[in-house]
Every structure is written in C-alpha cells, then in structure tokens.
Design a protein around this ligand. Structure first.
Ligand code: SIN
Length: 517
C-alpha cells in the first residue's frame, strides 16, 4: 500500500502533539489501542516541568537537568528545551488543558526531586498526563487532516538504501498477516521500554518494540543502558505497578521501613527528595533486607491524599488499602528509558526520512538520569521540532485520501511465557543493581528467547533487551540510573554518551555468551 500521508507510529503525547503541529498536512496515526488507552503519557502523574514562577528561570531548570543527568546531558539540548518550556504550557492551556491555578490565576507548581524550585505544572494533583491527553485527543478527533487507525501495531520499518520508505503493520491483540504501508516520512512516537522489566509502572504494551524495530532496521541507538527506576511504585500485587507520584514526597510524605524509621535521612542530605536513582537504590536495599519500605503520607496530607492525589487513592482502593490510616507499601519499578533512537536537534534519526520523539528517542536531554517531569516536556518540544523539520523536508504535502486497510489472513501471536521469561531476566539481572556475571546471564537468556522467537514483536523486544544489557555490560562504571556492583564509582573517562548499533550489541552478546561457557 502507498500513502502520501505522514505516518506517525504511536498515540501518546508526542504523537498527538506532532499530528496537531503538522495540520493541515495529512497524517496517518497508528494507535495500538483506542486513542488515550495504553500510552504511558496518560499515566504520568507528575506533570510538565517548566520555569513558570517569577523566582525561577529556564537557566536554573537547565542547570538542574544537567546535574541530575550525572555528567552526560547535552547542555545545548537542555538549554534549548528548558528555554521553550513555558511557551508549551501556554500552548497547552490555550488548547484547553485545565492546569491547577491559584487564586490569582498563577499556575500551581509541584515540587519534585532534584528540582531547585517547585517547577512542575499539574492538573488535579496527579492527573496531568490523563488531562493533557484528553485535551489533545479532543483536538485530534476534530482535526480533519489526521486519520487515526486504532487497533494496529507497527512491527517494523521498510528501508531502501539507508532511507525509511514505510512501516509494517499488523492488527493489535488479534494478530493478522503483515501489511506494508509506504509513506513519504515516518515519525516514531511509540514509547519506551519499561514493560521489558517484570516490575514496571508503564502500560503493558510498552515493551521496547519501537526502539527494537528501529534498531533492527539499522538506526543508531543512544544510551540504552540508562533506564530510570521509580522508587515509589505501589507494591500491592498489580502488574503494571501503579505509581505513587514523587509530588507526594514534594508535599512532605516520608519513606519509612517496617519499624517506622525514616531511612533516607542517612542516605542523602536531601532525604526523600534526593535524586531519583539514589532513592531507588535505597528502596531496593530496604526491600532486599525485607524491611518493607513504605511511603507515609499521613502527617503531610492526612485525608486530603484522597482528593488531592486521586490516581494514588484509586490504586489503593483497588487493593482495599486505606492510605489515610496506613503507610503505602512501595517498591522499585522500571519507569522511564533515557536511551532510545539517537536523534539530532530536529528529531531526525540516523536513517533518512525517519524522525523520533518522546521516550522512544534519545535526544541527550536526560543523560544518565532524567529530571522528574522532563519527559512530557521533551515529548512536546521534539514533537513540534520534528513536525517543522518534516514540513521543511517534504515541502508542500498534497491532500491525501484516507487509507483503507483490509487485514490479510495470518497471525503473529505473542508467546506470553517467553515475554514473561524476558521480563523476569531483565528485572533480575539488568535492574537497579547490575554486575558483569548477571548481565552475561541476561544476554544468554535473551539470545535463547530470540532464537526460539516466532514473531516480529518478540524479536523487537529481544533487540531492545540486547541493547540495554550489552551497553550496561560495556559501561564499566556507575552513573545515574546505571549502577554496577563491580564498578560502583563513576569513571570520569566514561562521562560520555553511548552510541551503539544493534550489530555492535549482538557482538557484545556473542562474546558474553562465550565467556559463560
Ligand atoms: C512522578 O510523578 O513521580 C513521576 C514523574 C516523572 O517521572 O516525570
């Protein structure tokens, strides 16, 4: 099939904002679920970081971003993204997002870890992701240039001489035979990799497939070893694990062990608001020592936690748990992938006619440890940059007729047991604490799962898992979200970003498997 529409893979905040930014140019948006369902953006509780307060500045926001990133943030990218942040909040407000406002009409700002100021604009406490998504979806549904195909999954890229010419699609959930849609430009905005881990805060479908198929098509990948683990996923047996937003700690909630002792006081001068990787390792240590870490919101919030943080209240209610009376059990979970498809300042990947934005990309903003609430901001900024660059590249795009898909017979059912084995391996060996032996075992298991894989979807997952574990094995130091028990200190000589192809990661994997035998 062939279309003159610009194909956008994904349906999260970056995808929706790009589709609106491209209007009136014709777009075909590929959404695995109904719009708004299944995208990580809709689950984001914190909000969007932006220096909106008079006492704050984009320079301070950029400086915090660079510090949090632990030595590998691209300072020019941090300057560019933070400089524009306030405009994006005003644009989202104009589009209809009901941000929390004070009596004078000013934005109410949440405080999150490693920000030197309260800098996160929010909606109804923890509803930012959901509300911004609803606003954008409403707009997209009323934008005639955007055709949305719901229930379709991208599984690969069609290339010709280093240039992307189309995408492979299948029906999601109820697999069908593959179809190829040829298009003038492809923008990947299909999320990160959290679900490759057994413990994650990401929606179930977000399992590194987009990064995986871009890498399999030959795209350069950046920083795949840097995965951010959220310290306070609610530990009450759900998969994925619901989030207890960092903004709760910003409001004064404290972390305690089963004896009620605040353990973060000993770990870092900023205690509960220490950088996320430090809090995550402290929680992990408590869990390993069977000290049952918990987030105690009682003194700080009392029963207002139920109304001010409705998503947290809902998650507790599902488990029959009362957060007003008891501290909330928490554990570490994979939350955000700083790594992804390597992109330049316009969101361009290393393959021609391919752009990437949001968590599937790696722009250099996050370094080894993303500053809280910079993820949605980056998705918005690069969605617009990519849209502008696509328009510059393609020139005038003609009107295009709607794409009609007749799904062919066939099937690509995912092997659930293999996926679970992959997720368990990633959490056990490629999680919060890593070492060479564990990473080699992980790579060997990934290779076994890949050898038996019968579907593109599973091969896309094993490609991303290979990139994460291979780059983690190659980085013999600890930095940000990447902690090696066998190399516990940062090494100034390694204070640079990783750029790696899937071929190179496969070489590392082969050698790792050999070293085990
Ligand atoms: C949170 O609300 O704790 C998460 C925010 C983020 O990851 O940016």
């Amino acid at each position: 099939m062939k279309t003159d529409r610009i194909v956008i893979v994904g349906a999260g905040m970056g995808a929706l904002f790009a589709a609106l930014s491209l209007a009136p140019r014709p777009v075909l948006m590929i959404s695995p679920e109904r719009l708004g369902e299944g995208a990580s953006s809709a689950w984001a509780q914190g909000g969007v970081a932006a220096a909106m307060a008079e006492t704050d500045s984009p320079e301070a926001h950029a400086a915090d971003t660079v510090t949090a990133g632990a030595g590998t943030v691209d300072a020019d990218v941090a300057t560019m993204v933070t400089a524009d942040a306030a405009h994006f909040i005003l644009d989202l407000t104009d589009l209809g997002t009901p941000f929390d406002r004070d009596d004078n009409g000013g934005y109410v700002m949440s405080r999150e870890a490693a920000h030197s100021a309260a800098r996160v604009v929010r909606v109804q406490g923890d509803q930012a992701g959901r509300q911004i998504m609803e606003t954008l979806i409403g707009r997209v549904r009323n934008t005639p240039s955007v055709q949305v195909i719901e229930g379709a999954l991208a599984t690969g890229l069609e290339t010709d001489g280093g240039r992307v010419t189309g995408v492979w699609l299948r029906r999601a959930g109820d697999p069908s035979g593959k179809i190829v849609i040829h298009a003038p430009a492809v923008l990947l905005a299909g999320g990160g990799s959290g679900g490759l881990f057994a413990h994650t805060t990401n929606p179930p479908r977000i399992r590194g497939q987009v990064i995986g198929f871009a890498a399999r098509a030959g795209a350069m990948i950046a920083d795949p070893e840097f995965v951010q683990f959220h310290p306070t996923a609610i530990d009450m047996g759900e998969d994925p694990m619901p989030l207890a937003t960092e903004a709760l700690r910003g409001e004064g909630a404290v972390l305690v062990d089963k004896d009620g002792t605040r353990f973060m006081l000993e770990e870092h001068p900023d205690a509960e608001l220490a950088p996320r990787d430090i809090v995550a390792r402290a929680i992990f240590k408590q869990t390993q020592a069977e000290m049952r870490p918990m987030l105690d919101t009682r003194a700080a919030l009392g029963d207002s936690v139920l109304t001010r943080f409705p998503a947290v209240a809902e998650a507790c209610a599902r488990a029959g748990f009362d957060p007003v009376a008891n501290p909330i059990p928490v554990a570490v979970a994979a939350h955000y992938h700083m790594g992804g498809v390597d992109t330049d300042a316009d969101g361009r990947a290393s393959l021609g006619r391919l752009w990437v934005c949001g968590e599937a990309s790696s722009t250099g903003l996050h370094g080894a440890n993303r500053l809280a609430s910079n993820g949605l901001l980056e998705a918005l900024v690069y969605a617009r940059k990519a849209a502008e660059d696509i328009v510059r590249t393609l020139g005038d795009v003609p009107t295009a007729s709607e794409v009609q898909i007749d799904w062919p017979e066939g099937g690509d059912p995912v092997n659930g047991d293999a996926v679970q084995r992959l997720r368990d391996t990633m959490t056990e060996h490629v999680g919060v604490r890593r070492n060479a032996l564990g990473l080699r075992h992980a790579l060997a298991t990934i290779a076994e799962i890949e050898a038996a894989a019968e579907t593109e979807t599973l091969r896309n997952m094993t490609a991303t898992a290979t990139l994460i574990a291979a780059a983690a094995l190659a980085r013999e130091e600890s930095r940000g979200g990447h902690f090696r028990d066998d190399f516990p200190d940062p090494d100034p000589a390694q204070a640079h970003r990783t750029k790696i192809t899937l071929d190179r990661a496969m070489d590392i994997r082969s050698k790792a498997v050999e070293a085990l035998t």
